[in-house]
Design a protein around this ligand. Structure first.
Ligand SMILES: [Zn+2]
Length: 194
């Protein structure tokens, strides 16, 4: 765990937001708050507000409003929330769905480290130029948004520009990768790491 501290330094601004968001969702609609493999997660209660059918914002987490099917889960930084029954008990291997979401965590870590390094270079450049006011905010913005812009927005935009036949969302490189490891985990239960 200690060796992961530099990763958490790089992901700190995203994690502060993500942990607050997941704690809020947990307090309002969740159950089973837990920490596993370096990630804080909760699970939406069956029939809770985000996954109940009704007039929006009721059911804001439904993937298909007609059938009432919710999204499986969402990860932001080192935090996740899941639909009911998508997580394995702590003494059992991650479910294929969890392997998918934890793969997104690995992607976010890599992109966030890049964002941290770019923000640091920008900070040094601005300080050398004595641009004190810009130095006070621009590196922080790059550090906070850079990782998600690189992975999520970058992947979606590239898939949209390619006209990927799977659509901009499912055709994005980060989703193709996460679905691939998730599918592999379904074929080899307990043997695939995210
Ligand atoms: Zn995904």
């Amino acid at each position: 765990m200690l060796r992961r501290i530099p990763i958490y330094v790089a992901t700190l601004p995203v994690d502060l937001f993500a942990w607050l968001l997941v704690l809020t969702i947990h307090l309002l609609h969740g159950q089973g708050l837990r920490w596993r493999d370096g990630v804080l997660s909760t699970e939406l209660k069956p029939g809770s507000f985000p996954i109940r059918r009704g007039t929006w914002p009721v059911g804001w987490y439904l993937y298909d409003r007609a059938s009432g099917r919710p999204w499986g889960g969402t990860s932001i930084g080192h935090a996740m929330f899941h639909s009911p029954g998508q997580r394995a008990p702590l003494d059992q291997p991650l479910t294929p769905h969890e392997v998918h979401e934890h793969h997104h965590v690995r992607q976010a870590e890599a992109a966030q480290i890049a964002a941290f390094l770019i923000a640091f270079l920008v900070l040094v450049t601005l300080l050398a130029l004595e641009a004190w006011i810009t130095a006070a905010w621009l590196p922080l913005v790059i550090w906070s948004l850079g990782g998600n812009l690189a992975v999520s927005a970058g992947g979606w935009i590239a898939a949209a520009i390619r006209g990927d036949r799977r659509g901009f969302y499912r055709g994005s490189a980060h989703e193709v990768g996460a679905y691939a490891v998730g599918d592999l985990a379904a074929l080899r239960p307990g043997q695939v790491e995210p």
